[in-house]
Design a binder for this molecule. Structure first.
Ligand SMILES: Cc1cc2nc3c(=O)[nH]c(=O)nc-3n(C[C@H](O)[C@H](O)[C@H](O)COP(=O)(O)OP(=O)(O)OC[C@H]3O[C@@H](n4cnc5c(N)ncnc54)[C@H](O)[C@@H]3O)c2cc1C
Length: 326
């Protein structure tokens, strides 16, 4: 006998694009107003969180990333990735959220009260749409030769396989700082290639001094005011204040940030501000975008300003949208 996941009933009032923490919060709050919701995600449940480093400790305490009023119980002061992922899974299950996973939303036609959404697998009708697509699946590329080589990644998962390897990390914000510390502590030889003259000033206050001390004692090498210009199989070329350099490099982590999927936003006819953050336009009370009936929620609202919204504050968009729809 074979078993397979049942397809949920597809009749719905609202489609929520993205099963991240904020998309799930929207499904819960909109659902509580009596509307039928369907959540569609191109990957796993809380897909972005599954891509965070193994055992990563959240910056927030548990109460600040809870949704739907369900307590997130953690054995620690701040939850780790695994606890958070399991928490959101249990909340989705408890709320009986209707989910279509591994199915990407590709297009939207029609208008408010009468939309047709096209996914990679089917078309579905709905009255309103909430876009909670985050940004984590669109890395900011270096756009240099060799970026597509297999030892280059824009994501850091864990450092155990890097023991004894020459690891170059491009970037100087939280992700790069955490990756550098973990790789160093697993026995890798770490060089950070940093465009500016210092480690990001907004790196969390308990991570930054740790990294600065490792740089000062020489156990992590940091090249400031430097840019990477070419990646080869086991070397990288750097332009630094002392001139051009070539470094040995077995693993290259380009942790230079992420941005929303603007191709998708444009396809969905959401207007984008003509500013440096390329912020999608939305009403700040209702979170309705420039396209009536289409709402924005969570980190996608910040455009390229990716530290503007996070789970702590983005989860509150859910109630605003639920009120607007009600
Ligand atoms: C390392 C790290 C640590 C962090 N720690 C914290 C913290 O401590 N506290 C905090 O508040 N925030 C933290 N954040 C930020 C937080 O994780 C994000 O703000 C959060 O994931 C945003 O939730 P979201 O639902 O808006 O977007 P996401 O969680 O990114 O969810 C978006 C979802 O949309 C899906 N999607 C995208 N395009 C499509 C499409 N076309 N069709 C269907 N689905 C699509 C994606 O697969 C994804 O599942 C951290 C971020 C990182 C990177």
């Amino acid at each position: 006998m074979t078993t397979s996941a049942p397809t949920p009933n597809l009749e719905t009032d609202v489609i929520i694009v993205g099963a991240g923490p904020v998309g799930l919060a929207c499904a819960i709050e909109v659902g509580r107003t009596g509307k039928r919701c369907l959540v569609v995600d191109k990957g796993a449940l809380v897909n972005s969180l599954t891509g965070y480093p193994t055992n990563m400790e959240f910056f927030s305490t548990p109460d600040l990333i809870e949704i739907g009023g369900y307590p997130l119980v953690s054995s620690r002061y701040k939850p780790i990735r695994e606890e958070a992922i399991d928490y959101y899974r249990r909340v989705a299950s408890k709320e009986k959220l209707r989910l279509l996973l591994y199915e990407s939303v590709e297009d939207l036609s029609g208008e408010k009260e009468n939309f047709t959404i096209k996914t990679s697998k089917r078309t579905i009708s709905c009255k309103a749409v909430v876009i909670a697509t985050g940004f984590f699946d669109q890395p900011n590329l270096l756009n240099i030769p060799g970026e597509d080589l297999p030892h280059v990644s824009h994501y850091f998962r864990e450092a155990f396989t890097f023991t004894g390897r020459n690891v170059c990390i491009v970037g100087a914000k939280n992700s790069a700082a955490l990756a550098a510390l973990q790789c160093h502590r697993r026995g890798a030889h770490v060089t950070m290639i940093i465009r500016g003259e210092q480690v990001g000033p907004n790196v969390k206050y308990w991570i930054r001094p740790d990294l600065m001390n490792r740089i000062e004692e020489g156990s992590i090498n940091a090249l400031f005011n430097s840019t990477i210009t070419h990646i080869r199989e086991s070397e990288v070329d750097i332009q630094s204040p002392e001139g051009a350099k070539t470094l040995s490099c077995d693993v290259l982590l380009a942790l230079t940030g992420y941005h929303p999927d603007y191709t998708l936003l444009k396809k969905l006819s959401v207007d984008i501000a003509d500013d440096h953050a390329a912020t999608p336009l939305y009403n700040e009370e209702t979170f309705e975008s420039s396209r009536p009936g289409v709402f924005l929620a969570g980190t996608v609202c910040g455009g390229r300003h990716t530290s503007r919204w996070f789970i702590e504050n983005g989860r509150h968009h859910a109630k605003c949208i639920a009120n607007a729809l009600a």
